[in-house]
Write a protein that binds this ligand. Structure first.
Ligand code: ZN
Ligand code: ZN
Ligand code: FE
Length: 746
C-alpha cells in the first residue's frame, strides 16, 4: 500500500544543495513526489510504500548536506496518494513569509580547488568557480528565495555547459545559483596606476597583479564582501606606506597566507585553531606568532603584538593570486581609517585611489558589505572579535516567540538586529558610527536587512545614550522605542545566546556606556532577571578629565585616579607641565570631568602609571599592551567593598609602591590581572547567585577571560560567556533584542 507524506524543513537549507540531495535520495529509494524551495523553507511531498517512505524521512535529516543547518522539520501524512511515477523538482515560489535562513558566504571547497588547479578541467584558473557546497551567498543575494534571478549573478546567462550542470540533479553544481565558467561568468580586470583598463585575458590580469605585489605595490582587490588592500607582508617599506596612506598607524594588520603549512612557519597553530582556519567560514584567526618567523614577516604588520591575525584564501581568486608571487600578504579592508569597506567599483576608484597603486577588480556586483570575521581560540572556547563574513546572517534561535523587534545597537563596532518569531538575525559588523561613511552604511543596512526578510518592526530597541546616532535614528522611526542600558544589553546578549532568562549575576566590564544615573558606567555588577536588571554594584567612580578624550589619552584616566587618591600627578616628564596643570584645574573646577566607573579606563590609568602607553593609536590599545606584558604570578593586590562599591584605592597605592620600588611592569600587570579575577569571584560570592554572565569589551582580554572563568568555575559557579557573538559592542544589538523581547513577550 502506498502512502504520501508532506515534509517541511526550515533552517539553512537553501543554496546548500538540499534539493539535489532530496532528489537523489528519492531516486535511490525509487520514491515519487516533488521538492520545492519556498521562502518558508524546503517542502517535500514523498510517496511510496510505508517502510521506504519512513526510511526517506529518517535519511532526509541524518544524511543532509554538510553545510546545511536544519532548525525545524515537520512530517504530515496526506490523506490521498497521487497517480505519479517520478520525482520532480518544482520551480521556486516567491510568496509566503520569508523565514528561510540565508546562508553566509562559504569558503571554496576542496573539489572546486581541484577544478581550478587541474589544467584538464574547463574551470582551470577560473576565479569565480563555485558549487552547491561553497561560494558567495549573503554578499550576492538581493531577495529570497535564493534563486539566480534574485542574486547579483542574474546578468550572467549560463553557457550550455554550465546550464547542463545546473539542470543535472546528479551534478555537484545542480542549482548552484552562482554557477559560472570563464565562457559565461564574471571576469577579472587589472587596472594599472594610470587607471587605464588593459585589454587582457584572465591569466594575464592575474599575472600582473602577482607581479605588482612582488614588486612592492599595493593592490586593491575586489573580494567577496568588499574590496581588500593587499601587499607583500615581508616588505617593511610597502607595509609602512600602506599604513601611512590608510591612516592606520599601529593597529595590527591581518595577513592571508597561501596554505596551512606556511602559516605554521610563522605562528603556532593548535588543532582547534586549524579547524577554525580551514572551516567553511574561513575567518581571520588570531594566532600566537612563533619565534622562528621563517617567512620573515615585517615587524610593522602587527607591531608590539604577540598575536597575528591570519586567514587562508577563501575564494578561487584568492587561491589563484597566492599560487604565485608572495606567499604571505597583508590583507586588510579596502577603506580609509574607520570608513566602511568599499564594495562598488566606482566607490573603490574614488575612495581607494590614493591608497592603492593597482586594482584587480571584476564585473560582478557585491550586494552588501561583509568584512572578514575575526575569531580567537581561547582555553575556554572560540571568541568572536568581529562577526561578519562566514557567520552573518546565521540566526540566533530563542526558546520563545517574540514580537517583531528592530535593534539598532551601540555606537562603536555597531551591528543591528531583527527579531521575528523565535529568531534574531544579527547583521554583519558595520563599524564606528562617528565616522560619516559608516553612519551612511548603518542607514543602508537598517533599510536592507528588514527588506531582505520582508520584516516590519513593531518595536525598536536602542541604547539609553541620548547622543548615540543609533539612538537618535531609533527615536525618528515613529514606532514604540525601548531604551536598554548599555551594560544590561551586554549581559542580555550573553543570556540570549544561552536562552537564559532566570536570575544571573552579570559582570559587565567595558570602556564606556551611559548609566541610568547619567554618569559613565563601565565596571558594573548587575543582577539580571527576565528583561530587567538591578545595579548590584560597581567600580568606585573616579573623575575623567576631558570625558571622551580620555579613551585616547590614558594619562587623563591616571590623573583622575590620582586626584581621587589626593595625589598630584607626576607626569611632568611625559607631558607638558602646563597641560598637566590645565587638566588638574579642570578637575578642581569640575569642568568637563564626568565621573566614571569604567574598568576600561582603570586599565588605561594603570597602563599610563607604568608608562606603558600614554596615547593610544586604536580602541583598547593601552589595555592590550598592559595585558601583553603580564608575567605569570600568583600574587595580587588588596581591594575592598564599600557599600557594594568596589574600592580600588588600596590596589592603586600598592601598584605605585611596587612601581617605585623597582618591581617589573610584567609582575605588576600579572598581579593587577589576578586582582581583577579575585574581584570577579568575590563579587559572585557576595551576590548569592550561582549563574554568572560575563560581557563587555574588557573580556576580549584573553588572560582575564581564561583566568576569570577558571576561578569562577573552581569556586563552583556556572559561567555563561558569549558563544557566537562578540563580547564587545558588536553583541549589543542582540542584548537589546532580548530585553525588548522579554518585556513585550507575545
Ligand atoms: Zn565547491
Ligand atoms: Zn559557463
Ligand atoms: Fe560596551
Amino acid at each position: 500500500m502506498l502512502i504520501r507524506t508532506y515534509i517541511t524543513i526550515c533552517g539553512a537549507v537553501q543554496g546548500v544543495g538540499f534539493r539535489p540531495f532530496v532528489y537523489r535520495l528519492a531516486k535511490n529509494l525509487e520514491l515519487s513526489g516533488n521538492v520545492a524551495n519556498t521562502s518558508a523553507g524546503v517542502l517535500i511531498e514523498i510517496q511510496g510504500t510505508k517502510d521506504i517512505v519512513e526510511e526517506f524521512c529518517r535519511r532526509v535529516v541524518s544524511d543532509a548536506p554538510e553545510v546545511s543547518v536544519i532548525d525545524e522539520v515537520k512530517f504530515q501524512d496526506l490523506a490521498t496518494v497521487k497517480d505519479e511515477s517520478s520525482f520532480t523538482i518544482i520551480h521556486s515560489d516567491s510568496g509566503g513569509s520569508k523565514t528561510v535562513t540565508i546562508l553566509p558566504d562559504l569558503a571554496t571547497c576542496n573539489d572546486c580547488i581541484d577544478d581550478i588547479s587541474n589544467s584538464e578541467n574547463r574551470r582551470y584558473g577560473y576565479s569565480f568557480t563555485n558549487c552547491t557546497n561553497c561560494g558567495p551567498r549573503f554578499s550576492i543575494i538581493n531577495d529570497i528565495p535564493y534563486d539566480r534571478p534574485n542574486t547579483e549573478m542574474r546578468k550572467f546567462k549560463m553557457c550550455p555547459n554550465c546550464q547542463k550542470e545546473y539542470d543535472n540533479p546528479l551534478d555537484r553544481r545542480f542549482h548552484a545559483q552562482p554557477n559560472a565558467c570563464s565562457v559565461c561568468g564574471p571576469k577579472i580586470l587589472f587596472i594599472d596606476t594610470d587607471n587605464n583598463p588593459t585589454p587582457l585575458n584572465e591569466k594575464e590580469c592575474l599575472k600582473l597583479a602577482q607581479q605588482s605585489l612582488t614588486n612592492g605595490k599595493i593592490l586593491a582587490l575586489k573580494g567577496i564582501g568588499g574590496y581588500q588592500l593587499l601587499c607583500a607582508a615581508t616588505q617593511l617599506d610597502v607595509v609602512a606606506s600602506l599604513r601611512k596612506r590608510k591612516m592606520r598607524e599601529e593597529k595590527p594588520f591581518a595577513v592571508m597566507v597561501q596554505n596551512l603549512e606556511t602559516i605554521k612557519q610563522i605562528c603556532d597553530v593548535s588543532e582547534e585553531e586549524e579547524k577554525l582556519l580551514t572551516s567553511i567560514s574561513a575567518p581571520i584567526v588570531l594566532l600566537q606568532k612563533n619565534k622562528s618567523n621563517k617567512q620573515k614577516i615585517a615587524i610593522n604588520v602587527a607591531p608590539e603584538n604577540p598575536y597575528l591575525g591570519v586567514m587562508l584564501p577563501y575564494s578561487p581568486l584568492h587561491h589563484l593570486l597566492l599560487n604565485n608571487g608572495p606567499k604571505v600578504l597583508v590583507c586588510t579592508s579596502g577603506n580609509l581609517h574607520d570608513e566602511p569597506i568599499a564594495i562598488s567599483n566606482s566607490e573603490a576608484q574614488t575612495r581607494l585611489n590614493k591608497i592603492a597603486d593597482v586594482f584587480l577588480t571584476n564585473n560582478r556586483q557585491i550586494a552588501r558589505q561583509v568584512d572578514d570575521s575575526v575569531v580567537r581560540q581561547t582555553e575556554k572556547g572560540a571568541q568572536f572579535l568581529r562577526r561578519a563574513r562566514g557567520y552573518a546572517p546565521f540566526p540566533i534561535i530563542h526558546k520563545k516567540d517574540y514580537p517583531n523587534i528592530l535593534s539598532l545597537g551601540a555606537h562603536l563596532k555597531n551591528t543591528i538586529a531583527i527579531t521575528t518569531n523565535n529568531r534574531t538575525i544579527l547583521s554583519q559588523h558595520i563599524g564606528d558610527l562617528s565616522n560619516q561613511e559608516a553612519y551612511q552604511s548603518f542607514l543602508k543596512i537598517v533599510e536592507d536587512l528588514p527588506r531582505l526578510y520582508d520584516f516590519k518592526p513593531d518595536i525598536v530597541a536602542c541604547d539609553l545614550h541620548p547622543d548615540y546616532l543609533s539612538t537618535q535614528h531609533a527615536l525618528s522611526l515613529g514606532i514604540p522605542v525601548i531604551s536598554v542600558q548599555h551594560h544590561h544589553a551586554h549581559i542580555a546578549s550573553v543570556m540570549a545566546e544561552h536562552n537564559e532568562d532566570s536570575s544571573v549575576f552579570g559582570i559587565a566590564w567595558d570602556g564606556t556606556g551611559f548609566g541610568t544615573d547619567k554618569t559613565v558606567w563601565g565596571g558594573e555588577f548587575l543582577v539580571c532577571e527576565k528583561g530587567n536588571f538591578e545595579r548590584w554594584g560597581n567600580l568606585m567612580p573616579f573623575p575623567l578629565p576631558g570625558g571622551d578624550l580620555a579613551a585616547k589619552e590614558p594619562q587623563r584616566s591616571a590623573i583622575g585616579i590620582l586626584y581621587k587618591l589626593g595625589l598630584s600627578a607626576n607626569f611632568n616628564h611625559l607631558w607638558n607641565p602646563n597641560e598637566v596643570k590645565l587638566v588638574e584645574q579642570s578637575l578642581e573646577k569640575n569642568i568637563n570631568t564626568p565621573m566614571t566607573s569604567s574598568i576600561g579606563r582603570l586599565f588605561d590609568a594603570i597602563s599610563s602609571l607604568l608608562d606603558i602607553r600614554q596615547i593610544t593609536a586604536y580602541e583598547g590599545h593601552s589595555a592590550m599592551m598592559l595585558e601583553f606584558c603580564a608575567t605569570n604570578t600568583d600574587n595580587s593586590y588588596s581591594f575592598d567593598w564599600l557599600n557594594n562599591e568596589l574600592d580600588w584605592r588600596q590596589m592603586v597605592l600598592e601598584i605605585l609602591k611596587d612601581r617605585d620600588t623597582g618591581v617589573s611592569n610584567g609582575e605588576i600587570s600579572g598581579k593587577f590581572h589576578n586582582t581583577l579575577v579575585n574581584i570577579m569571584v568575590d563579587s559572585a560570592k557576595l551576590s548569592g547567585l550561582r549563574k554568572i554572565a560575563l560581557g563587555g569589551g574588557v573580556f576580549q582580554n584573553r588572560l582575564l577571560f581564561e583566568k576569570g572563568i577558571s576561578a569562577l568555575q573552581k569556586a563552583g559557579f556556572e559561567v555563561l560567556t558569549p558563544i557566537n557573538v562578540p563580547a564587545n559592542d558588536g553583541g549589543i544589538a542582540l542584548g537589546q533584542a532580548f530585553v525588548a523581547g522579554l518585556v513585550n513577550q507575545c
